[in-house]
Design a protein around this ligand. Structure first.
Ligand code: SAM
Length: 234
């Protein structure tokens, strides 16, 4: 799978992409992640990429030209064809987007290529959206300074879903929000059996696989109900 990141700050991604899981996945050819700098498509001596909003208001907006031209430089003829099944998806990171879920990430993981658009300052000129018609994605109901951290969230979470990235011993199938029931994982324990007077639940030491599975399921249901309650409350 190929992921292109369109950003004003490509240097923010370097250590993130070289890190263990993503670095290994790229070396193994499972992921091809490329960074494009919006400023490379700016014109003029100051290579301006942002300007004040029409109608007034605080801050600066990303101008349409450099962002659209940067994305177009990444698209092939086939990507632009209206009749062909699109082989490339464009996702714009924005607080006004659809809230990111494991289901959306699973969908992304099936695609051949995704282009992630990272905003900065007060965000994007609306005509970037009107021209590129991206999917709008939010990583939560709060405001980040830029789309780069949101793009890293997507890259990290999608990478886990690509077959081979997690290796044989680990599987995303059992993770929270996954599988058919999408339950959240309950509490887990490792050694020692006792830590500062806190014991590992007896059932986990019983060796009784059915009892352990039942206990885990019950804990997962409780954790999921608690989280649903937090979400409703907010
Ligand atoms: N003025 C915008 C607003 O009020 O919605 C906020 C712009 S924010 C400071 C700059 C950029 O950070 C956005 O264009 C977007 O790319 C990114 N960003 C901020 N919060 C985000 C979120 N919750 N999800 C995804 N991207 C976000």
């Amino acid at each position: 799978m190929r992921i292109d990141v369109v950003t004003l700050f490509p240097e923010m991604f370097q250590s993130f992409l070289d890190g263990s899981l993503l670095g290994t996945a790229q070396k193994a050819g499972l992921l091809d992640i490329r960074l494009s700098n919006i400023r490379d498509f700016a014109v003029g001596t100051h290579r301006q990429v942002d300007d004040r909003p029409y109608g007034g208001g605080p801050g600066m907006l990303l101008m349409p030209g450099p962002v659209v031209e940067c994305v177009e430089s990444l698209l092939t003829k086939k990507d632009c064809s209206e009749t062909a099944v699109p082989s490339t998806s464009i996702a714009m990171l924005t607080p006004s987007g659809q809230p990111l879920t494991q289901q959306i990430l699973e969908e992304f993981a099936t695609r051949r290529r995704i282009i992630l658009l990272c905003g900065r300052y007060e965000g994007f000129d609306q005509r970037i959206c009107d021209t590129l018609k991206p999917e709008l994605i939010s990583v939560g109901n709060y405001v980040l300074s830029g789309g780069e951290v949101a793009a890293m969230v997507i890259i990290d979470a999608v990478a886990r879903l690509i077959p081979g990235v997690l290796g044989d011993s680990l599987s995303a199938v059992d993770d929270s929000f996954s599988g058919t029931d999408r339950l959240i994982e309950g509490p887990q324990y490792t050694r020692p059996r006792e830590f500062r007077g806190l014991q590992v639940p007896e059932v986990l030491l019983s060796g009784d696989h059915q009892r352990i599975a039942d206990w885990r399921k019950m804990q997962a249901v409780t954790a999921t109900q608690k989280q649903t309650y937090y979400c409703q409350d907010n």
